[in-house]
Write a protein that binds this ligand. Sequence first.
Ligand code: PEP
Ligand code: MN
Length: 336
Amino acid sequence: MIIIMTDPTTQQIDRILLKLRQHKLEANCLQSYGKTVITAIGNSDTYDAGFYERMPGVEKVISIVTPFKLVSREFRQENTVVTAGSAIFGGNAVAVLAGPCAIESYEQLYETAVLIKQAGACMLRGGAYKPRTSPYSFQGLEQEGLKILQTVSREVGLPAISEVTDPRHVELMSDYVDMLQIGTRNMQNFALLKEVAKSAKPILLKRGISATMEEWLMAAEYIMAGGNENIVLCERGIRTFETYTRNTLDLNAVPMIKYLSHLPIIADPSHGTGNWRLVTPMSKASLGAGADGLIIEVHPCPEEAVSDGQQSLTFSNFNQLMEELQPVAIAMGRSL
Ligand code: PEP
Ligand code: MN
């Protein structure tokens, strides 16, 4: 913490130094550019930066400790590796998750699963509870969809992931899937975060549509503080002023999160762009930025998809994507 003071009296400085000692912080007082600057080093749990901000003579307090702890790099220096069924996140191999936005039928999911597995994907995605912007849009096949997902996952031999939108569904969904997805709209649904924290399933935590990286890491902190350490972060695009793309895939987040946190991070160029034509180039860029994996929407017939068809890849586009990713993964010292 850095405390900046303007024209303080000796008494004001002494009072701060006394409080810092009481809070067991190591303090140093210096003059810089006409200001009095006090640096304080120590355990951030022992004090409240706001307290110092309120003290007389203080102009500003800069807190240089991160509010997230368990998910931080300081807490754990090594990269965390998360497994979900046979899928591994944060190892040498890049994890590619693929499948339709929404589960529509057994046939649709089975066909997709066979294709993506053959192309090298390691996990099948499919939404059963869809958080749609409009209440009139298709809401998902719900439990029926989960049954289809589990059947196909077993038949094809791919672990499954699906989005959980309601704390009351966590237990039910855990019987059907290998990993629970928290979607962008629920990143700060704290009741849901606390519930999945109690689950034995690994969690894919997508970034909120307007969330800062710090808010996102704090959401992960909720899950980890609640007892679930198996968290994978997913950059899925944020809302900006740009209208040619659905969202702006913020690839800054990939190396920044790697710097701040030990958790694996993947990218979602499907929702990040909203346009199937951009999915392949942005997938490559994601791997180039250091992402541990990708989640890609694939549909047997995107123009007929009930949800997110405009950003879904056809089977042949997905095959081509996987081929084109190969040299990028190798250039990054990873396998696919
Ligand atoms: C999805 O994965 O289909 C989805 C709804 O994602 P997001 O929460 O990122 O919008
Ligand atoms: Mn979708």
